[in-house]
Design a protein around this ligand. Structure first.
Ligand code: A2P
Length: 339
């Protein structure tokens, strides 16, 4: 037994990670259906002890008999197909931004706000949204501190990996690196400018207020997840040429005092968080060190000397964007449905 699971976007970077996470956690599925675009239909994927054929998401009956549908094929695919999955009785766990800010849809990080999905039941169609990867990685580290001292303002600067833009962006980074080293002009299909040996402002569209969409996701999603519409959040999101893990520099201002030793103790006890904070040898979290790991790593934990009375902290956080930033978080949500 176990639920019948569909993976939408099974050929993508997150889709492939869903499969790895399902194996790693021994997720008890009875049946698996791999869905992607017509381009991939017919492709074979070997998984565990079986051979699967990728099916066209748009074919009729794609969600027949499915209990849980893990979506990671972008916002427009979720908008187009999640309603059909829900109508056929599936619980959709959606990785895209399509439904995150819908007041009817819980936006969940299982370590942070599991209570938000208390009303969602297997067997009754519903959508649960998984937050933006940068938001997840940030709030995994910050929420335990917030519970202790209440964050009044948070300033985030991100250093985001290629994987957030999908498997094709990861390939382009590799290709460009090789091209640049060989003195050739870099191929720019995914991003409009050179990515290898460069950094640039996140490729999400710029909004009227001068922020890009990625930054505003961090602002709005944090308020929703914490159920705190007053918390002040600002972010600057930057793409850097790392492969699959994001880094974030986070400045926190608290309502109550919080000293760095207490913060370190709180983080040491926090689920899904590790500390990498070795001042003596100048070793702190890196994207490479957290790649393919479940935990978010926190370091550079120090009092913000520009704030009075221990009301401020600086931290530096790294987390695997494909794993906890996407696939793992979604599978954890699915696990909560089985409880
Ligand atoms: P496909 O490989 O058939 O294009 P990534 O985030 O790594 O770019 O992956 C995106 C995933 O979403 C892939 O599995 C891709 O399938 C899938 N996808 C993209 N567009 C569609 C679509 N219109 N219909 C179904 N699946 C889609």
């Amino acid at each position: 037994d176990g639920p019948s699971v569909a993976i939408v976007g099974a050929t993508g970077a997150v889709g492939e990670e869903f499969l790895r996470v399902i194996t790693a956690r021994d997720f008890p599925y009875s049946n698996l259906r791999l869905l992607a675009s017509k381009r991939s239909a017919g492709k074979r994927i070997a998984f565990e002890d079986r051979d699967y054929t990728v099916q066209d998401l748009a074919a009729p009956g794609a969600f027949d008999g499915i209990d849980i549908a893990l979506f990671s094929a972008g916002g427009s695919v979720s908008r187009a197909y999640a309603p059909a999955a829900v109508a056929s009785g599936a619980v959709v766990v959606d990785n895209s931004s399509a439904y995150r800010m819908d007041p009817e849809v819980p936006l969940v990080i299982p370590e942070v706000n599991p209570e938000a999905m208390a009303d969602v039941r297997l067997g009754k169609g519903a959508i649960v949204a998984s937050p933006n990867c940068s938001t997840i990685i940030c709030l995994m580290a910050v929420t335990p501190l917030h519970r202790q001292a209440k964050v009044s303002r948070m300033v985030v600067s991100t250093y985001q990996a290629a994987s957030g833009a999908g498997a094709a962006a990861m390939k382009e980074l590799e290709l460009q690196t090789r091209e640049v080293l060989e003195g050739k002009a870099p191929t720019c299909n995914i991003f409009s400018q050179q990515y290898a040996f460069n950094i640039f402002s996140h490729n999400a569209p710029i909004l009227e207020n001068g922020y890009n969409e990625e930054e505003m996701k961090m602002v709005k999603e944090t308020r929703k997840i914490w159920n705190d519409k007053d918390v002040r959040v600002t972010a600057t999101c930057i793409r850097v040429p790392t492969m699959r893990a994001h880094a974030e520099s986070i400045n926190l201002q608290f309502e109550k005092p919080l000293d760095e030793d207490t913060a370190r103790e709180i983080l040491r006890a926090a689920p899904g968080v590790t500390i990498s904070d070795d001042r003596a040898s100048n070793r702190f979290p890196t994207p490479l060190e957290v790649s393919n790991k479940d935990e978010v790593s926190v370091g550079r934990i120090r009092q913000d000397l520009s704030q009075d009375d221990n009301r401020g902290l600086e931290i530096f956080v790294c987390g695997d964007q494909i794993r906890k930033g996407a696939a793992l978080n979604a599978v954890q949500i699915a696990e909560m449905l089985l409880k």
